[in-house]
Design a protein around this ligand. Structure first.
Ligand SMILES: [Ca+2]
Length: 103
């Protein structure tokens, strides 16, 4: 377990490390780079190896549709999807509306 800070080295004698993420401060969606340099028992340093980890929003949003329960014949009315929301680091950016006819 380790809390990584940008450009701050963490040294271990173990060959793996957990990148500990505070759920209240998640890594931003997108690419994140990590670097490893290893040192042998004579003190020789390796060249750096780097990888990219993609943090992705993998959670579907939730649609919430509100409408007036009753409208007058011939009157226009509004459908409201503003209570829809997303989790997983994303946001709702598109609303797809469909009239399904009479049940
Ligand atoms: Ca999402």
């Amino acid at each position: 377990m380790a809390t990584f800070v940008i450009n701050t080295d963490i040294s271990t004698e173990t060959s793996t490390i957990e990148v500990t993420i505070d759920p209240n401060k998640p890594m931003a969606v997108g690419r994140h780079r990590f670097r490893l340099v290893v040192v042998d028992d004579s003190g020789n340093l390796s060249k750096a190896d780097e990888v990219e980890v993609i943090v992705a929003d993998q959670s579907a949003p939730t649609a919430v549709l509100n409408a007036p329960p009753t409208v007058a014949v011939g009157a226009s009315f509004k459908l409201d999807g503003s209570k829809s929301f997303d989790v997983g680091g994303g946001q709702v950016v598109k609303y797809v509306w469909t009239y399904l006819g009479q049940p």
